[in-house]
Design a binder for this molecule. Structure first.
Ligand code: PRT
Ligand code: MG
Length: 213
């Protein structure tokens, strides 16, 4: 049995065409089914639905043989112990710094003021501001980062941006791009050895289906 860990939403939706190219069809729709284990048209392949941030953990400890996770999640989790053979180029976005449209970020940086930054991505944010030599107080949040500058909780946020419409709707502006993000295929290293005959062709087929740049 091969177990693939996916998260509901954009990663599930965008992984489907890659699986189809490898001859795999997921037989149930996660939005209408309450099942967490979904069968596929191949009796020896199943999909498990986990939180996006739990995918690396499932794969690292062998709860799944492989999975799909955002680069953001992999950096925060620490991708050590995971084989990362493919950038799938799906669920693309960028990690950015954003502030309220009336906050002068450049000036705050120039003056060397301490900046209060709210984020779910404390690892990426800490590294980014350390590289710039900017002093920050990091405030860990688990969601709705956009609210932090509007309520005075923070001066800035570090969050994912794709269309930019969430920032705009909340009168926030992107002032710095930290990195481009896409999702990767991650594979359990022991599984790759023990189930190589089944996993290698699957990884190759998915790789051939990745849209080119
Ligand atoms: O939502 P939930 O709390 O269940 O989990 P999650 O947020 O971890 O999962 P999900 O499915 O939302 O995100 C999974 C992965 O998709 C992330 O780890 C990213 O690698 C990738 N991805 C791509 C995104 C986005 N684009 C994205 N736009 N993840 C989140 N967003 C959010 C962003 O945080 C912000 O709130 O969408 C909002 C901004 O979108 P725009 O289009 O308004 O700019
Ligand atoms: Mg989300």
């Amino acid at each position: 049995m091969i177990t693939l860990a996916l998260s509901k939403g954009r990663i599930f939706e965008e992984t489907l065409p890659l699986l189809a190219a490898a001859g795999i069809q997921v037989l149930e729709d996660p939005d209408s089914s309450r099942k967490l284990i979904l069968p596929t048209n191949q009796a020896e392949v199943r999909v498990v639905l986990v939180r996006a941030t739990d995918v690396p953990t499932y794969v690292e400890y062998g709860g799944a043989d492989l999975g799909v996770a955002g680069r953001d999640v992999l950096i925060e989790h620490g991708g050590q112990g995971l084989y990362q053979p493919l950038d799938l180029r799906i669920a693309q976005c960028r990690m950015s710094v954003a502030v309220r449209d009336d906050f002068d970020y450049e000036n705050a940086v120039r003056q060397g003021s301490r900046i209060r930054v709210a984020t779910k991505y404390t690892g990426i944010a800490r590294q980014h501001f350390a590289d710039k030599g900017v002093h920050v107080d990091l405030i860990k949040l688990y969601g709705s980062m956009e609210l932090a500058p509007l309520t005075g909780l923070a001066d800035a946020i570090v969050d994912l941006v794709s269309t930019g419409s969430t920032l705009k709707a909340n009168r926030l502006v992107e002032v710095e791009r930290i990195m481009d993000i896409s999702s990767r295929l991650v594979v359990n290293q022991a599984a790759l050895k023990l189930k190589r005959e089944a996993l290698k062709p699957l990884i190759d087929a998915i790789g051939s289906a990745i849209p080119s740049a």
